[in-house]
Design a protein around this ligand. Structure first.
Ligand code: DQA
Length: 145
């Protein structure tokens, strides 16, 4: 099975960006860790990042026919983007939402996510390890369904 692992705005700055919140791992490091876990799980992953809402929407639309599931950290768009939510719905794919930080421990504007309404489940607060948990969950969903 093939899984799109999608990263939204500012996640290209991991390692540099507020390391007290997001840690010191870079996006490249994170991709490497995900590739390793995916291999163990027998999944192929396509790991991508964009700062542009429309590009994320286009990738999600393409995933409809190219992938079997989507793991997504939409960054700040999680809290604002009805367009990304709509594209996730039309993909008709299982969605696992992930956030590095515990969004419920932070400012109130981060407490609501449009992604959660359309996701099978959400993992947050465990840093980069959350992506590995998300891949585990996705492998389980794809085996089960
Ligand atoms: C984030 C949390 C969001 O609130 C924030 O805008 C991000 C990263 C996380 O992974 O913790 O960009 O999605």
């Amino acid at each position: 099975a093939s899984v799109l692992v999608l990263n939204g705005p500012n996640l290209n700055m991991l390692g540099v960006r507020e390391p007290h919140i997001y840690g010191s791992m870079t996006l490249d490091d994170l991709e490497g860790a995900c590739q390793e876990r995916a291999e163990q799980l027998g999944l192929a992953i396509d790991f991508r990042q964009s700062n542009h809402e429309g590009e994320l929407v286009s990738w999600i639309q393409q995933a409809r026919t190219e992938h079997d599931g989507i793991v997504i950290n939409a960054g700040a768009y999680s809290h604002t983007s009805v367009a990304i939510m709509d594209s996730l719905i039309l993909s008709e794919l299982p969605i696992v939402e992930v956030h590095l930080s515990n969004i419920y421990k932070r400012e109130a504007i981060r407490h609501h996510s449009h992604i959660s309404a359309v996701a099978k489940g959400m993992i947050c607060g465990f840093g980069p390890h959350g992506y590995l948990l998300a891949l585990d969950a996705m492998a389980n969903i794809l085996e089960r369904d």
